[in-house]
Design a protein. Structure first.
Length: 142
């Protein structure tokens, strides 16, 4: 069994390995960064540090995440903190991790999706947050 944070992105439930989660927050002002990669919504101040805010929809090759979205998963990679925007957060719970086993995924889901869990009889995709971050060496720590 492994602990996972259950969240929602683009209307879909996802599971994030708890080991990749530094915290969950509601962000304040997000300041755009001209010339940055499309998936970078901007920068935000969080507890005396600056975090790069990731537009998860764009990172997955989908529509941009709603501009009003401020809920985020904070993760740490390559010495930097990132805020990965999500539609909603649920809970942290233990689940057995299962292989994808031939599941066909499209868009960025195919890159970020690394496994499955079963919650209430339904499959939920396990996401490696590092796959959503621009320029980060993919460690697949999921």
């Amino acid at each position: 069994m492994q602990l996972f944070l259950i969240a929602h992105v683009a209307g879909c439930p996802i599971a994030v390995p708890a080991i990749q989660v530094d915290s969950v927050v509601d962000l304040g002002e997000i300041v755009p960064v001209p010339g940055s990669e499309r998936s970078v919504r901007g920068l935000a101040a969080l507890r005396s540090r600056v975090v790069t805010v990731i537009d998860t929809g764009v990172a997955l090759g989908l529509a941009s995440t709603d501009l009003a979205t401020r809920r985020a998963i904070i993760t740490h990679a390559d010495g930097h903190y990132y805020a990965v925007l999500v539609d909603a957060l649920e809970d942290v719970a233990p689940f057995p991790r299962q292989p994808l086993g031939g599941v066909s995924l499209r868009h960025g889901w195919a890159t970020a999706g690394v496994a499955l869990i079963e919650r209430d009889g339904e499959p939920v995709l396990v996401i490696d947050l590092a796959c959503l971050l621009p320029g980060v060496q993919l460690a697949h720590a999921a």
